[in-house]
Design a protein around this ligand. Structure first.
Ligand code: ADE
Length: 267
């Protein structure tokens, strides 16, 4: 059963990277309000020998260094004792792609133990025995998993009930209804010659909701069409899309009346 506080434990050879992260903004507030527990543990503390080495050369040759299994296994086992229900996630460009859906999935967990790889990767036996999931934050290679852990902790924390100020701030996000957020404005009313749309000043909440839905749809259509293709549209949304079709057809029709040059797009 899920406890009342999400426990994030990050296993890293650079725990200090996380100090400023824990100490600012929504993450700090979530820690202060006991919504999350957050700690960064040094993998080196589990390394043996005078030099406490955490990496070694790969068997079979090749470039780069590999993270040794013993310190990682020690760190993961100790973290698992502290948070027995936590999911153990290895951060790697080879993992399942992180997105808002995965963030929602993680927000309902009891805890997450992040294993931050460095160098060329971690010994494969760690992945087999001590890891529940492998996650990538995108198709690019970082120098380590630390920034990826911060991205995930940030995205997940703001979905935990009671973390964000407004009652429904997280529900009205981009992506939460699988469309992008509508265009937003604050004071001044006119900025560098551009006015805030009149409807937002009207006080008519129904009209404002309609305008925001239309803005969300336009932005999704122009910037991330795949989101629209992968979702079932509401009657209201279909009405808006049909209106655009009519508007676009009218523009094309009016242009075609002006002759073929108008349609060539050369002017
Ligand atoms: N470590 C290195 N690159 C990464 C990425 N893209 N996502 C997660 N962890 C990583």
């Amino acid at each position: 059963m899920k406890g009342n506080r999400m426990n994030f434990i990050v296993l890293t050879i650079f725990p200090e990277m996380f100090n400023p992260f824990w100490e600012h903004g929504i993450i700090k507030r979530a820690i202060d309000r006991n919504k999350i527990l957050a700690s960064a543990v040094n993998i080196r503390d589990f390394a043996q020998g005078r030099h406490r080495t955490t990496d070694d050369r790969p068997y079979g040759g090749g470039c780069g260094m590999i993270m040794k299994p013993e310190p990682l296994a020690g760190a993961i086992r100790t973290a698992t004792k502290k948070a027995p229900l936590a999911k153990r996630i290895l951060l790697t460009p080879q993992g399942r792609r992180f997105d808002q859906g995965v963030a929602r999935e993680f927000a309902s967990l009891d805890g997450i133990i992040f294993v931050c790889g460095r160098y060329e990767g971690v010994d494969e036996r760690i992945c087999h025995n001590l890891i529940d999931d492998e996650i990538s934050i995108g198709d690019y290679v970082l120098t380590g998993g630390e920034l990826a852990a911060m991205v995930i902790i940030d995205a997940v924390t703001r979905l935990i009930p009671g973390v964000l100020g407004g009652k429904d701030s997280a529900e009205k996000d981009s992506f939460s209804g699988s469309v992008l957020k509508y265009a937003q404005y604050t004071r001044p009313r006119t900025f560098e010659g551009v006015d805030v749309p009149e409807v937002l000043l009207s006080g008519n909440h129904k009209k404002i909701e309609e305008a925001r839905l239309e803005s969300s749809l336009i932005r999704t259509f122009l910037k991330k069409q795949d989101l629209l293709e992968n979702r079932s549209l509401s009657a209201e949304e279909i009405k808006i899309l049909k209106k655009w079709c009519r508007d676009i057809e009218k523009i094309i029709h009016d242009q075609s009346i002006r002759g073929p040059d108008a349609l060539s797009g050369d002017q």
